[in-house]
Design a protein around this ligand. Structure first.
Ligand SMILES: Nc1ncnc2c1ncn2[C@@H]1O[C@H](COP(=O)(O)OP(=O)(O)OP(=O)(O)O)[C@@H](O)[C@H]1O
Ligand SMILES: [Mg+2]
Length: 290
């Protein structure tokens, strides 16, 4: 299910003193099964952009295609329920949306809302809770007795139980400790790899964007400034700095090291392992290491 935006503009509160053009002629493509990160300074239009993908917001101009589902500006009557079954949305603090007495009931809510039978919803809920790594001893407890990270897993299981083809994450690791962050991100990496799910993640963390995605889209003032592989995007440190963004720490470190050693190449490394290899490479003067 490919996703594309063609000349999409979004204006909040049009024709009022609060008018704000949050998206300005955006044309982007998100291939089916890709892991795309969206980065950009605060207020650059990231949330506005992703909220168009499952119809929370409608374009003021332009067209969005999500598989064979088409959303056009000024077109009324659209079956958004069918779209939301294909595209799941995980809000910044999804745990705030938990409300049922038990965890399992909470996770069943989504599929039942889409007309799935009780027994099928329970089956899907159990499967999703296993996917997010919440042991069955928890399932019949209240979701409000859980830790922050565990609550977030339950909320994510609720979205997975709908079995969407694509999942949008708007800053999915906000407020989590480093371990919780790592766990949630690995979960999405696995879903992407094992279930070929399309993942679209808004993040302020450059290392996460670099480590997990195939494509990085950089937003600036409501326009996509770059859309490329993380290697190509983060090789452009100066351009990113101009729009208020940093490069991942590993790249920052290698940049400093190459300057100090007089090395002329731009070396890309995102993970600790890649960084260690790059250092050996620089210290060996570019010769292969064993
Ligand atoms: N409901 C709204 N009404 C009016 N203006 C809005 C509304 N929501 C967002 N905006 C404005 O639109 C612009 C883009 O906002 P958006 O929330 O998409 O940015 P963002 O990149 O997600 O920022 P952040 O990193 O802070 O979450 C900002 O200038 C914001 O103030
Ligand atoms: Mg936002």
């Amino acid at each position: 299910m490919d996703i594309s935006f063609e000349h999409v503009t979004h204006v909040y509160s049009p024709k009022t003193p609060f008018e704000k053009r949050a998206l300005d002629d955006v044309s982007i493509h998100i291939p089916s099964g890709s892991f795309t990160s969206i980065i950009g300074h605060t207020g650059s239009g990231k949330s506005t952009l992703v909220q168009h993908i499952n119809g929370i917001l409608k374009p003021s101009n332009g067209t969005i295609s999500i598989g064979d589902f088409v959303i056009k500006a000024n077109e009324k009557k659209q079956n958004l329920k069918a779209l939301r079954e294909k595209v799941g949305f995980v809000f910044q603090y999804p745990e705030h949306q938990l409300f049922e007495e038990t965890i399992i009931k909470d996770v069943c809510f989504g599929p039942m809302n889409f007309g799935v039978s009780d027994s099928e919803a329970t089956k899907r809920a159990e499967e999703s809770l296993k996917l997010v790594g919440l042991p069955s001893s928890f399932w019949h407890r209240s979701p409000f007795d859980l830790s922050g990270g565990q609550m977030r897993r339950v909320a994510i299981a609720g979205v997975l139980a709908i079995r969407p083809q694509a999942i949008i994450l708007d800053e999915p690791t906000a407020g989590l400790d480093p371990r919780g962050r790592e766990e949630i991100l690995s979960l999405f990496k696995d879903l992407h790899k094992n279930l070929n799910m399309t993942i679209i993640m808004v993040t302020h963390n450059m290392s996460d964007a670099a480590n997990y995605s195939d494509q990085v889209i950089v937003m600036d003032g409501g326009k996509p400034l770059m859309a490329d592989t993380p290697q190509n995007v983060f090789a452009q440190a100066e351009r990113l700095r101009k729009v208020g963004l940093d490069i991942p720490e590993s790249m920052e470190f290698l940049k400093m090291l190459t300057e100090k050693t007089g090395e002329r190449r731009t070396i890309t490394a995102f993970t600790l392992d890649e960084t260690a290899d790059a250092i050996i490479d620089i210290l060996n003067g570019g010769k292969e290491h064993v």
